[in-house]
Ligand binder design. Structure first.
Ligand SMILES: [Mg+2]
Ligand SMILES: [Zn+2]
Length: 221
């Protein structure tokens, strides 16, 4: 019996907005804008750009940042129920995030087990924050993703799995191309439409529960 394996993005998908952008807007010196534009313009890889962004922040700001995000970040409606749904139906759920461990884990605390979470790491031993890359691109990807979602799918998925990717942005696109089904919003939704990838749109995680329920019915005659 094939069961879905779900690869779910974090920023802009589980949370309503992007946490790295929120942190930079609040705490980074103005230079951060040029780095962001270089990332969006694909002049630098995400890995290089995100590394540079956090190097603008002193390591001593760690607790302030965590506090700010746990106070301000909003988890999308239905996420808690969605996690319960995956447990009840024995569906494997992985969180694959280009976010950084020191805020991703606290924001998902009590919602998702740490073993299900794949994101970037951090080192606060120097003057400024250094980002670590435990899940960087494998030989099949040359994009400098930082946290490489296609590489994680290749590593975590087994032959015959029904892979579902949930996401919102350009950073989910290569993973979406490897998926059997995509559940998308915002930019990723437009891309799925343009490229004719099998997909459904979502606004809340109640929508996601509906989609995956239907997949389970199809998968389990
Ligand atoms: Mg995202
Ligand atoms: Zn990659």
């Amino acid at each position: 019996m094939t069961k879905p394996v779900i690869f779910c993005d974090f920023d802009g998908t589980i949370t309503n907005s992007d946490n790295i952008i929120a942190v930079m807007k609040k705490y980074a010196p103005p230079e951060w804008e040029a780095i962001k534009d270089d990332i969006l313009g694909q002049n630098v890889s995400i890995q290089e750009g995100v590394g540079r962004l956090f190097s603008l922040l002193p390591s001593s700001s760690k607790d302030t940042i965590i506090h700010y995000l746990t106070e301000s970040a909003v988890i999308r409606d239905g996420f808690k129920e969605f996690v319960a749904f995956t447990k009840k139906n024995d569906v494997t759920l992985y969180i694959v995030s280009g976010g950084i461990d020191f805020f991703v884990y606290p924001l998902l605390n009590g919602l998702v087990e740490p073993e299900q979470i794949y994101c970037n790491g951090s080192d606060f031993s120097g003057e400024t924050i250094k980002i670590l890359w435990p899940h960087s691109c494998d030989d099949g990807c040359q994009n400098g993703c930082g946290c490489c979602k296609p590489s994680l799918i290749r590593r975590l998925a087994s032959p015959g799995d029904y892979n579902i990717v949930i996401g919102d942005s350009i950073t989910d696109l290569q993973a979406a191309k490897l998926a059997d089904h995509v559940i998308a919003r915002d930019f990723l939704l437009e891309k799925c439409q343009q490229l004719d990838l099998p997909h459904t749109s979502f606004t809340t995680f109640y929508d996601v529960i509906d989609v995956v329920s239907k997949q389970l019915e199809v998968k389990q005659p």
